[in-house]
Write a protein that binds this ligand. Structure first.
Ligand SMILES: [Zn+2]
Length: 112
């Protein structure tokens, strides 16, 4: 299990950028499962973020080429502690500005 952080304010600046958009690099090595007569059963493709090194693994069923499994592998210090809830992009943008040293107005919707 990667180490987690308690609050977005503890996030490294490049992780805050990635929470809006990763910089994916496609890895060309497919993990292919073959069936009889070397027919493709399924394959997994992997992407790695050039900035934060998060990995994205997508497994595709080769019958209809739909995604059957998604898996993300995050670096240490990227994820928030369990129970923190979903992170809104608006909160990420706020944390980005605060990380740059700017003061921000109070949060909306009664959030703390
Ligand atoms: Zn990233």
């Amino acid at each position: 299990m990667p180490t987690t952080i308690s609050d977005l304010s503890n996030s490294e600046s490049e992780f805050l950028i990635c929470r809006e958009s990763h910089k994916w690099e496609v890895k060309t090595d497919y993990d292919i499962t073959l069936g009889t007569r070397k027919t493709i059963v399924q394959f997994t493709r992997m992407w790695v973020c050039e900035r934060c090194k998060t990995e994205k693994h997508i497994t595709v069923d080769a019958t209809d080429f739909t995604v059957v499994k998604r898996r993300m592998v995050y670096p240490d210090g990227y994820l928030l502690e369990k129970g923190h809830g979903r992170v809104l992009v608006a909160d990420v943008r706020r944390a980005q500005m605060e990380a740059l040293g700017y003061k921000t107005k109070g949060r909306k919707r009664g959030r703390t």
